[in-house]
Design a protein around this ligand. Sequence first.
Ligand code: NDP
Length: 244
Amino acid sequence: MDLKNRVAIITGASSGIGRAIALAMAGDGARLVLTARRADKLQDLADEIATLGSDARVVIGDITLAETAEIVTETALRAFGAIDVLVNNAGYAPPMMLVDLTEDIWDVTLNSCLKSMYLMTRAALPAMLRQDSGRIVQISSVAGKHGYATRTAYCAAKWGMQGFTEALREEITDTGLRIHTVHPGSVATEWWDNTDDPQSTQVLERMMDPEDIAQAVIWVLIQPDNVQIDEVVVKNYRSPWTNV
Ligand code: NDP
């Protein structure tokens, strides 16, 4: 896929990996619909994208609500007339041992990492099926392939994302749509701020940058349609752990 003038929706675009994906895609000429809750950060990003000569629309909202996903879809179709790429990236998951994991934190994690992805994909899919073309990129995690202490809810969400992805791949197998998963290891983003998780201090200096993940997403997107790429794992060779 040539990204020039393609229309991409990116959830969780206000910071970290989503922001880096937005800038990388805009640099390749894509037109974007960016969504998250923090209006100032999204507007700053849209302004930066305008200086790159590309066009970005902003939808402020909670992506765990069906209404937000519908507005994002309508914005893409009204502004640009198509949805060529959907990047399901939004998520939030505070690290916590299971004995301390409250129902509230479980719900926040499952809703932001998993329900948001279901709602956004369900909303965008009819237009993509009508086009009979397009790519969905799931930003999962190495925690979607391995289990980690303090990550029971997060692992449940990301493994759930993978089950959803494999089932949807079967549903769209005879269409022009493709769905891919990118599993990042540890990436230096706001995700790790304000956490007393011991893992964060251990891996802090060995983390990847959000731009590393953005480049992996671009690589997946520009592969020809006849090349099937189901999953890409992106890890830092300097990490002291095989699975991080
Ligand atoms: P950030 O905290 O920097 O970004 C998370 C993004 O998700 C923000 O834009 C935030 O926007 C958005 N978001 C969270 N909850 C909601 C919500 N309810 N409604 C709308 N937007 C929401 O973290 P990362 O960039 O690191 O994380 C992005 C993705 O990458 C996540 O899915 C995460 O699981 C995955 N990942 C991250 C890794 C890492 O080490 N950082 C490693 C592996 C995977 P706002 O607050 O403005 O609403």
